[in-house]
Ligand binder design. Structure first.
Ligand code: SAM
Length: 207
């Protein structure tokens, strides 16, 4: 927790929150992987200190692959030392790879993932970056694959109100991009109240 707060205060634009996701939000984001059958490839983007990763690690089997992409140096170190090293020691031979990169620069194979689970704080980003990352997620999925991601309830209203004309316009474009993809890819949404703040999880199935 202290690690998360320290990094959040230093890099609030890319971290986007001062506390990690709750167990309920982490489970909601990882929920699709529970229903999976057969070997699957999973991509997690923005693990932070790893609450969602821990849920994914519980769900993957011996033949599955988990790729994780994290930008922040401190979180990468934390993930390697505190989350992945103990897990690898208990599960030798499993394929879990942490990529230290921005997702927009990471070397990932299009059309190769059954699940993409994103923790990125899109409402903090420029709309052009949100559009390019969300479209790249869809490209990375196999047909029928699932994208899950979240946003904080009310965040767009607050950002629109405090961000001036430019901030309001940016949030409006982000909303339009998300809603377009939601409609195009059979989206569902779930509100998760036990989180600080409450969050909305969106799940999209690639058509
Ligand atoms: C809101 S935090 C979520 C952390 C964690 N998944 C959780 O739910 O508690 C966002 C995370 O995304 C990472 N991040 C932000 N921009 C990124 C990017 N372009 N590529 C990869 N990771 C990024 C941040 O460093 C941070 O770890």
């Amino acid at each position: 927790m202290i690690q998360f707060v320290t990094s959040a205060l230093r890099d609030i634009k890319t971290v986007g929150s001062v506390v990690p996701s709750s167990p309920a939000l982490s489970r909601a984001l990882a929920a699709g992987v529970t229903a999976a059958r057969g070997p699957v490839r999973v991509l997690e983007v923005g693990p932070g200190t790893g609450p969602v990763t821990r849920e994914l690690l519980k769900r993957i089997g011996p033949d599955d692959v988990l790729d994780i992409v994290e930008l922040n140096d401190d979180f990468v170190r934390h993930m390697e030392e505190q989350v992945l090293a103990p897990w690898r020691a208990a599960h030798p031979g499993r394929r879990v790879v942490l990529h230290h990169a921005a997702v927009q620069d990471a070397d990932l194979r299009p059309g190769s993932y059954d699940f993409v689970v994103s923790g990125l704080p899109f409402n903090n980003f420029d709309s052009a970056l949100v559009e390019s990352i969300l479209r790249s997620y869809i490209d990375l999925l196999k047909p029928g694959g699932e994208l899950s991601y979240f946003g904080y309830v009310g965040a767009k209203v607050v950002k629109g109100a405090i961000g001036g004309n430019a901030g309001r316009a940016n949030i409006g474009r982000i909303r339009a991009i998300e809603d377009g993809l939601f409609a195009a890819h059979a989206g569902t949404r779930t509100i998760v109240l036990p989180n600080i703040p409450p969050a909305e999880v969106r799940r999209l199935r690639k058509r």
